[in-house]
Design a protein around this ligand. Structure first.
Ligand code: FES
Ligand code: MG
Length: 609
């Protein structure tokens, strides 16, 4: 209590009156010596409140509503043990749940809500440092954004991926199975109950998705940014080593408080460029630029989709994990180390991939700092893979030029495309013209949101193998939070002929989806983007080499459309269903800008360039 009242930093944060401070603090201390916390109860109140015992928050994202992260309820106990063993005092608290597969209209609507909520907790309570228990897609960026705003020592602890899914001997990856099975269902090759069974087989244990979807990506990038213990990202949730990692993370955050290592000491421009490079070599999610740009905005680093193209595009794909590759996260983990060696040796994983880049002199900034107190280069030195089927050598990659391209033109200022997932069939049909390679033109069919698409796709006239499908009204304001719906399946007739159509949209696509869509288009239709003024039959031209995306309409025709069709947000945007949706729509920015709350980024504790 004394410490809390006398500590300048904490009293500066608090607006409570001294009397309520006393009451609050005695509750806090009493609750921590209650028998429920058997480890804490070994320590006296005096010991707990000593200034030498940093108070460490454990930001708990697991709950019954968030099954991907629910194993954190067990892991937090090991985090606590690590904190106590190193002389800290742990306080676990709940975060707003964000379950990717459960929240409607979309989980990403709640990323900024969880960010706001955690920011208030970290600002308002007397915590010296925090362990961020991450996992399912948006939990990782939400928690990282909050520690950027508050800038207290923080470390990421991922829940870890689920165990591999199998159907017989065949690997079945979570998320990806959904897209593959939906095609089989559309083709009539499986029935609904077989569809459900395949999806269930892909998720055999606790943990986040076992593919390189947004969850695996964001946790690998948290590590590449330097915010998680090196080598920790891909340890499967159910492995013994995940518990050891939780303990070591708890131990380390106490030292970070003593060493005063804050997010602003780690998250500089170099760290973000490292994350972009890492995203390419692991075949990371198209949601990564949104979340990484958002984290950058909250810590005051300039970063945009042009940086993703410039730093990331040329690099190769080295990780052979679904959806871009073949294996799942258990192989990813095992490829990092040799069984029988000591624990540290097994924690290679992301280290082994970064080591490949460093050896090839292609890792942007090996000198960048990490939470361990060592640089990325020091952590990854000579940490090579023992399974080159899973982590490929730099000179024999799965694919060359595997990063994202950043397209622009009269259709939008920025949209990204993951060229590494372009199938040979798609390439041959759309991108192989000898006179104009990597460019195609098509007549568009336009859909206003996923409901409109589902209602009309199989009954509308005029969709041919040359059509480009357009999804609009699916951006941050249009479908609040931005829906993962741009990857559209063509009409069943075309699917049966094995035909895939190009898709363009102002929404997102699941990180587990291997479709070469042009997505995250900004500005979205709802804020005046030209996608909102397209009509069926317009001709769109995409030129990947020149990074161009245009509709063939003159300036005069475009003006005419705007007059005729009016503002998209007024005429075609569905109404908000909850108060948060309404507040969100007023405050949120474009996908290319990280979809952050515009008023929130000015609260960053540090300004960097
Ligand atoms: Fe939660 Fe994939 S649905 S990690
Ligand atoms: Mg998703």
């Amino acid at each position: 209590v004394e410490r809390y009242l006398n500590n300048g930093l904490t009293s500066e944060r608090s607006t409570l009156q001294p009397s309520s401070d006393h009451m609050y603090l005695s509750h806090l201390v009493m609750s921590s010596v209650m028998p429920r916390h058997s480890c804490i109860s070994k320590h006296s109140v005096a010991e707990i409140s000593s200034t030498n015992r940093p108070i460490i928050g454990i930001a708990q994202t697991g709950s019954d509503l968030s099954p991907c992260n629910s194993h954190h309820i067990q892991l937090a106990k090991r985090v606590r043990d690590g904190i106590l063993a190193n002389g800290g005092t742990p306080f676990e608290f709940p975060c707003h749940p964000i379950q990717e597969s459960g929240k409607r209209p979309t989980a990403s609507l709640d990323r900024n809500l969880a960010y706001l909520s955690l920011t208030e907790v970290l600002y308002g309570y007397p915590l010296d440092g925090v362990v961020l228990l991450t996992g399912c897609d948006k939990t990782t960026p939400a928690l990282l954004m909050a520690v950027c705003t508050v800038n207290i020592p923080a470390i990421v602890m991922n829940v870890g991926p689920m165990l591999n899914g199998y159907a017989g001997k065949k690997l079945i990856g979570s998320g990806k199975v959904l897209w593959d099975s939906r095609l089989l269902l559309a083709e009539g090759k499986i029935n609904r109950s077989q569809f459900m069974q395949a999806v269930a087989l892909s998720a055999p244990s606790a943990g986040h998705c076992n593919t390189m979807g947004t969850a695996s990506t964001m946790n690998a990038l948290a590590e590449a940014l330097g915010m998680a213990l090196p080598g920790s990202a891909a340890i499967p949730a159910m492995y013994r080593e995940r518990g050891a990692c939780a303990y070591q993370t708890g131990w380390r955050i106490v030292d970070m408080v003593r060493e005063d290592i804050k997010p602003s000491d780690i998250l500089n421009r170099q760290a973000f460029e490292n994350a972009i490079a890492c995203n390419t070599v692991i075949g990371g999610s198209t949601n990564a630029p949104i979340h990484i740009n958002a984290i950058a905005k909250h810590v005051g680093v300039q970063l945009d989709n042009g940086d993703w193209d410039r730093v990331g595009y040329e690099l190769p794909l080295l990780l052979n994990v679904q959806p871009a590759g073949q294996y799942l996260c258990e192989e990813y983990y095992r490829a990092g180390g040799l069984p029988g060696k000591e624990l540290e040796r097994r924690w290679l994983i992301t280290k082994a991939i970064i080591a490949e880049l460093i050896k090839a002199n292609k890792f942007p900034h090996p000198d960048a700092m990490t939470v361990s107190g060592k640089t990325v280069g020091e952590e990854c030195k000579n940490e090579f893979t023992n399974d080159s089927r899973v982590i490929l050598p730099f000179d024999q990659p799965l694919k060359q030029h595997a990063g994202f391209v950043n397209l622009k033109g009269n259709l939008f200022d920025s949209a990204i495309m993951k060229t590494s997932v372009i199938s040979p069939q798609f390439h041959d049909r759309f991108l192989s013209s000898p006179s104009d390679p990597m460019a195609f033109e098509g007549v568009v069919a336009v859909f206003d949101g996923p409901e409109d698409y589902h209602r009309r796709i199989d009954v509308m006239e005029g969709i041919t193998p040359e059509t480009i499908l357009i999804m609009r009204g699916a951006g941050p304001q249009g479908y609040p939070g931005a829906a993962e719906v741009v990857n559209m399946i063509p009409p069943a007739e075309l699917v049966k002929q094995g035909i895939e159509l190009p898709c363009i949209g102002d929404g997102r696509q699941s990180g587990t989806c291997g479709s070469p869509c042009i997505l995250n288009a900004s500005p979205e239709a709802a804020t005046g983007g030209l996608l909102g003024y397209l009509k069926d039959g317009d001709v769109v031209r995409i030129d990947i080499l020149r990074r161009k995306a245009d509709v063939k309409l003159s300036a005069k025709q475009i003006e005419g459309r705007k007059e005729e069709m009016g503002l998209y947000r007024q005429n075609r945007m569905p109404p908000s269903q909850t108060p948060w949706q309404e507040i969100y729509r007023k405050e949120v920015g474009e996908l290319s800008e990280g979809m952050v709350l515009k008023g929130a980024v000015k609260y960053q504790r540090v300004a960097q360039t």
